[in-house]
Write a protein that binds this ligand. Structure first.
Ligand SMILES: [Zn+2]
Length: 202
């Protein structure tokens, strides 16, 4: 099992959540129900989930019929300020501050080496402080403090959460990569962005 948040994993503390089709208001209502449950500290899920969460943001509507609403990462909903840990030994690939409404806000990409070739991980909706002191190629051991979760005012406008995504090949992207895609693009992105849960070993 690999670390990802500085909240010890247990099935009681981490609960799966299904946000399929929900708007922003619906997501917040669903999350509030989780925070009322005894012992629950993280609500997680969302890989390949088709969402209504992005309907209000022009960022996700390139043209009618091409709405980007299929979620390519794993979301871990937890309080702002929660520390994010490096899940596997890595080097810093790139980072950015994506300020458009609905975008990532502060975001970091790491590179991991494996026998199958490089694999990249993306961490979105971070605090601005998370970007201080980053150096391209900096070596980060497993479990090192990477970042903290951002407030809604800096994270693109969402309830605080980590967007965690695997990427086999980020191409020319630096400090960014699509976190949602349209139905027309899903075959490509499912291949290039595998399910993060097996990677975490949950
Ligand atoms: Zn997400």
């Amino acid at each position: 099992m690999r670390p990802i948040l500085d909240i010890p994993y247990s099935p009681g503390a981490y609960r799966p959540i299904d946000l399929t089709g929900l708007t922003d208001a619906g997501c917040r209502e669903a999350l509030a129900g989780y925070w009322d449950m005894p012992g629950v500290r993280v609500a997680y899920g969302g890989y390949m989930e088709r969402r209504g969460l992005y309907d209000g943001f022009s960022h996700f509507q390139p043209a009618p019929g091409q709405e980007r609403n299929i979620h390519l990462g794993l979301d871990l909903w937890a309080p702002a300020g929660t520390p994010v840990l490096v899940p596997e030994a890595a080097t810093v690939h790139s980072w950015g501050h994506r300020k458009a409404p609905g975008d990532y806000g502060p975001v970091i990409l790491l590179r991991h080496e494996s026998a199958q070739g490089p694999l990249y991980t993306l961490y979105g909706h971070l605090s601005p402080e998370s970007l201080k002191g980053l150096v391209p190629g900096k070596v980060l051991p497993q479990g090192a403090l990477l970042a903290t979760l951002g407030q809604e005012s800096v994270n693109g406008g969402y309830a605080p959460h980590l967007h965690f995504q695997l990427i086999r090949d980020p191409g020319d992207y630096r400090g960014d990569y699509p976190g949602v895609c349209s139905l027309q693009e899903v075959d490509f992105y499912r291949e290039n962005c595998p399910d993060p849960l097996p990677f975490l070993g949950w």
